[in-house]
Design a protein around this ligand. Structure first.
Ligand SMILES: Cc1cc2nc3c(=O)[nH]c(=O)nc-3n(C[C@H](O)[C@H](O)[C@H](O)COP(=O)(O)OP(=O)(O)OC[C@H]3O[C@@H](n4cnc5c(N)ncnc54)[C@H](O)[C@@H]3O)c2cc1C
Length: 506
């Protein structure tokens, strides 16, 4: 890294969105781009081989955040993994390619995000995409992000789909097509059976005008007057400023983009003063509106004799989208089904073969926050999700668990499972279907689905072009700008947001 050098654009965070921003901006050979990332490069099978993802959890490559005690999770602290590596969480995730429902995006304009309705964002999704299966109005081909079918679907998971169909749900071959509702096999961001992270997709190491500055922790934005002139970083113990001429883009994710703003004096004035930080911009929305999907899995041991090859699996290859009540405009529950007994959020060793599956609440009403723990930039932020604080979310999750129990009873799956009484004795399923038993099961087992978003929302913290309010030349582009969480996983949406940011900046 040349310290005297200044770049046209500096992007902070080489994750799902940041790589898309940097990759797209550097397509213009006339501009110089620096992409700053706290983690190291994502080299090797740990990142490339889909089945290895779980080994990253709680490793050096994981920021390993945890929430404040969560009242509706029985006071447990939720484990909140995030990739600290080039590619960010797209180098760690389970690679499901899901965009969310049309109805979700169509709600955004009324929340202060005109230009972000489904028909608008569809073009951004398609621009990234190289779909190896679908060629129609909903999909793109020739883009940098490879989207393909799962190569190996475990027979037990195929049986889960059959059982869901037996329970009356429709089969859906494409959750990102005309209709989201139904059950089936997810598509994945994989190229020839290997992970296609956002860094693989968008970063071309041969581009002379794109400099990846990895292993550099951003500490705060640097200002001269009202203008942001760069970012201060700590690179292996040395502090320095990486300067930008035109714009700085924060793509540090939904926990750390607001954290960096707060550390830089941009956020709710009372919080900043209390932390002893001079107020640069009083922006009350920074760190508020935190959303994620909370859900619960049943865990059901398979019959003796069933064998599973863990190295062949993507873990959660099937699932679907179902409404929590009849007559809804769109599904509000997402189901995942995964191989193995999901104990301790999948962190514990799965000593028994089996299947784990269940719902999460798609468009949650519950909201949390990200705040400063101290004004020390090396400290992790305080995070409270308030999972399932809204009774409406708990009611949806109870409905979803009832649907899950119904699927478990259907012959296609039930005939492959061990005695259900055993799962009941082990506490791997709810004691019965009463509200009280389901609530008790939820408090004991519910966990985060790792889709934090909303903490720098469009309409409150950034404008519809993703410009930070009150500062001339800073944008935010990552899952933090999502104003209301969609029913779906968040990698593809974060990449879409990165695409859109680059388009606005060019
Ligand atoms: C285990 C797991 C499985 C998941 N599975 C799926 C899935 O199957 N499908 C799906 O769609 N989504 C999935 N997700 C969620 C999805 O991957 C994320 O929501 C998405 O990657 C978020 O993108 P982002 O750009 O907002 O942030 P990130 O990709 O997290 O990028 C933020 C980047 O900023 C860097 N950074 C942060 N702070 C600093 C700093 N101070 N200085 C320098 N760099 C910094 C981070 O290291 C990181 O590289 C999963 C998540 C997890 C944890």
């Amino acid at each position: 890294m040349d310290e005297r050098k200044s770049y046209d654009y500096v992007i902070v965070g080489a994750g799902s969105a940041g790589c898309a921003v940097a990759g797209r901006l550097s397509e213009d050979p006339e501009v110089s781009v620096a992409l700053v990332e706290a983690g190291p490069p994502a080299d090797g099978d740990l990142f490339d081989l889909p089945a290895r993802f779980a080994r990253q959890l709680k490793s050096f490559y994981d920021w390993d955040f945890q929430s404040e005690p969560e009242p509706q999770l029985g006071g447990r602290r939720a484990y909140l993994p995030r990739g600290r590596v080039v590619g960010g969480t797209s180098s760690m995730n389970t690679m499901l390619y899901v965009r969310g429902n049309r109805v979700d995006y169509d709600r955004w304009p009324a929340l202060g995000a005109p230009g972000w309705a489904y028909e608008d964002v569809l073009a951004d999704f398609k621009r990234s995409e190289d779909n190896r299966t679908f060629e129609d109005e909903f999909h793109g081909s020739g883009g940098p992000l490879t989207v393909s079918d799962c190569r190996n679907v475990d027979p037990l998971l195929e049986a889960w789909v059959d059982a869901a169909v037996e329970a009356g749900h429709q089969r859906n071959a494409d959750f990102n097509g005309a209709e989201q509702e139904g059950v089936g096999i997810f598509q994945v961001t994989q190229r020839d059976g290997r992970r296609c992270s956002s860094s693989r997709a968008f970063l071309d190491p041969r581009r002379p005008n794109l400099e990846l500055i990895h292993s550099a922790l951003a500490l705060g934005l640097v200002f001269e007057g009202d203008r942001c002139v760069g970012i201060e970083v700590d690179r292996v113990g040395e502090r320095r400023t990486i300067r930008c001429e035109r714009e700085l883009v924060l793509s540090a994710g939904a926990y750390q983009s607001p954290h960096l703003l707060l550390l830089s004096g941009i956020g709710p004035a009372d919080q900043l003063r209390a932390a002893g930080i001079a107020v640069r911009v009083d922006l009350p929305g920074v760190g508020e509106n935190l959303m994620d999907h909370a859900g619960s899995f049943l865990a059901l041991p398979a019959k003796e004799g069933y064998e599973h090859d863990p190295d062949a699996s993507d873990w959660t290859e099937v699932g679907g989208f179902l409404p929590s009540a009849p007559g809804l405009e769109a599904p509000d529950l997402q189901f995942h089904a995964a191989i193995g007994l999901n104990l301790d959020e999948g962190l514990g060793p799965s000593t028994r073969a089996g299947v784990s599956f269940g719902p999460y609440v798609g468009r949650p009403d519950s909201r949390g926050w990200v705040r400063l723990r101290t004004s020390e930039p090396y400290a992790k932020p305080r995070i409270a999700h308030n999972f399932l604080a809204a009774e409406a979310d708990r009611a949806k999750l109870r409905s979803g668990l009832r649907l899950a129990l119904e699927i478990a009873r259907r012959p296609a799956l039930a005939e492959r499972l061990a005695d259900p009484a055993e799962a009941l004795r082990s506490g791997l399923v709810p004691a019965d279907e009463s509200d009280a038993a389901l609530d008790q099961f939820i408090r004991r087992t519910a966990f985060a689905f790792y889709h934090p978003s909303g903490t720098c929302a469009i309409g409150s913290v950034v404008d519809p072009d993703l410009r930070l309010r009150g500062v001339e030349n800073v944008r935010v582009a990552d899952a933090s700008v999502i104003p209301e969480l969609m029913t779906g996983n968040t990698n593809a949406p974060a990449i879409m947001i990165g695409e859109r940011a680059a388009l606005e900046m060019r």
